[in-house]
Design a protein around this ligand. Structure first.
Ligand code: ATP
Length: 402
């Protein structure tokens, strides 16, 4: 097995790190990639006001997840947990003991590769791992890297691979910290959206965003930072579908967009987190809701929309009812309910009929969605929430069902 180790201060992790890591995985045929945020790096002083180690770890986890490499990529806190300065040779020794049979590849950009002879125990580093180097800037020529590779091979018996990146991303964390501090959103283009959202939510690097007055882009980044990357396509799909439906049926487009963006923001919370949130904001729960995370995320999501992001009542209610539905739903509530059901990434028998109805007869589309849910839950032996049955009954009683 080939294991790549990509260490860095990651203060913050940016697209230069991510695109080079992804290319290295493909080009070297790595079976596993370990991103390793440094504790106290020996060669750098952490700038004042830097995030805590836990915050850097969290950002690297979000960045890693955004690679969508599933089980292949992971983040290690080995160096963060180590007392004092972090030396790569100690990390490689520990990984070698953990994976004695596997080939280790140490990944690094030009700046690190060109100074490797100055690190602690370069000979031992070269005996423990292959070195894989890539350019950071257009001015880092392949020739420069090849000369250093030859030197390290001759001096330490290193095994080096120079990786030609398909695209060089000339950005550094230092530049990015400056850009972020300006607070004009310029830094976002160099970051995974979820990392940018996390930075905004925590107010890192002097961003000081007012979370209750975010524009749509920043709100989206915040929402994406709260869920696993595998859910991002769905959230973007609901947003897109909700806006189209709002246009079709004359609902408020901005509310539709923001409801779509936030509807699943607490999807991966634990039951305890949902309950604590509902308790804190006085949201009453019935016994079925208390036991069921699927139902709980609509309640806690609505509370977060209101109390953290300052959304208006229409948006919060659309999020509140997006899972169960309820009797006599508002236009926006129906739009979010059905958008969640039939957004472009959904694939199941009957979705085409839902899509057709959503644009021709919204009441009947919602009624069909509710009936399909009830049928599915019944087949699986699950309890039907009274609001779901109530929503369908209401539509039928008012001649709006199927
Ligand atoms: P700082 O500006 O704070 O020094 P940095 O941007 O150099 O940070 P680090 O976390 O120190 O980032 O770098 C970790 C590793 O990532 C190093 O091997 C570095 O060469 C590499 N690296 C950093 N930026 C890029 C980039 N834009 N493209 C490719 N590799 C990069």
């Amino acid at each position: 097995m080939k294991i790549g180790i990509y260490g860095g201060t990651f203060n913050p992790p940016h697209l230069g790190h991510l695109l080079s890591a992804k290319a290295a995985v493909e080009i070297l045929g790595l079976d596993k990639l370990i991103l390793m945020p440094a504790g106290q790096p020996p060669h750098k002083v952490m700038p004042a006001g830097s995030p805590t180690g836990e915050e850097r770890l969290e950002m690297v986890k979000l960045a890693c997840d955004s690679l969508l490499l599933r089980d292949k990529a992971e983040v290690s806190d080995l160096e963060l947990c180590r007392e004092g300065k972090s030396y790569t040779v100690d990390t490689l020794q520990a990984l070698h003991e953990q994976y004695p049979e596997e080939e280790l590849y140490l990944l690094m950009g030009t700046d690190m590769f060109l100074t490797l002879q100055n690190w602690r125990e370069p000979g031992k580093i070269c005996s423990l791992a292959h070195l894989a180097a890539f350019a950071r800037n257009e001015s880092d020529t392949g020739e420069m890297l090849e000369i250093q590779a030859k030197y390290l091979e001759e001096t330490y018996g290193a095994q080096c691979t120079v990786i030609r990146l398909p695209l060089v991303t000339p950005v550094s964390s230092t530049q990015l910290r400056e850009l972020l501090g300006k607070g004009n959103g310029e830094g976002r283009k160099y970051l995974a959206p979820s990392v940018y959202g996390y930075i905004l939510r925590r107010g890192l690097y002097g961003t000081h965003a007012d979370l209750k007055a975010l524009n749509d882009d920043d709100l989206r980044a915040c929402s994406l930072s709260m869920v696993y990357a595998k859910r991002h396509a769905h959230i973007l799909g609901v947003e897109e579908e909700a806006v189209k439906l709002a246009r079709r049926w004359g609902a408020d487009e901005r509310d539709a967009r923001r409801s779509g963006i936030l509807h699943d923001c607490t999807k991966y919370w634990s039951r305890e987190e949902h309950l604590a949130c509902c308790d804190r904001y006085g949201i009453k729960l019935d016994p079925l809701e208390r036991e069921n995370e699927k139902l709980l995320h609509a309640k806690s999501g609505s509370a977060v929309a209101r109390h953290i992001f300052g959304e208006d009542a229409a948006v919060c209610d659309a999020i509140l009812w997006h899972t169960t539905g309820k009797a006599n739903m508002s236009l926006l509530e129906m739009i979010i309910y059905i958008a969640d059901y039939m957004e472009p990434n959904r694939v199941f028998d009957g979705v085409e009929e839902l899509r057709r109805l959503a644009y021709t007869d919204l009441d009947r589309a919602v009624a069909l969605g509710l009936a399909m849910s009830i049928e599915d839950l019944t087949r699986r032996g699950a309890l039907i929430h009274k609001d779901t049955q109530g929503a369908l009954d209401w539509l039928n009683e008012h001649g709006k069902g199927n």
